[in-house]
Design a protein around this ligand. Structure first.
Ligand code: ZN
Length: 111
């Protein structure tokens, strides 16, 4: 039924191999996500960090690119309601989103 089969990928954070299951591959493909670069644990860690990061960079116009990327990842994850979204969007997609967010943030009044 499925054209996908489980593959092993190497996490770019902890260098451990993890299984990218056929089911996940199908879900990623249907959402046009690229394959995950990190294992589920590291993805979860990054999501937790991302949720806290914007607060640290808070300050209206002085939004750094890093904070924008973090916000983009969180926003995408929330929109997609997918635990893996943050990691999947960490590449070119997040960069594009960051540009959009940076534009929006600079137009928005600080407080
Ligand atoms: Zn990892």
């Amino acid at each position: 039924m499925s054209e996908y089969s489980d593959v092993e990928l190497v996490c770019s954070d902890c260098n451990q191999t993890f299984v990218f299951s056929a089911e996940e591959q199908e879900r990623y493909a249907s959402r046009n996500f690229s394959e995950p670069k990190r294992c589920p644990e590291c993805r979860q860690n990054r999501r937790t960090q991302h949720r806290q990061a914007p607060r640290r960079f808070g300050g209206g116009a002085a939004v750094t690119a890093a904070a924008a990327v973090a916000m983009a990842a969180v926003a995408m994850a929330a929109a997609a309601m997918a635990a893996a979204a943050a990691a999947a969007m960490a590449g070119a997609g997040a960069a594009a989103m960051a540009a959009v967010l940076l534009g929006a943030a600079s137009k928005r009044p600080g407080r």
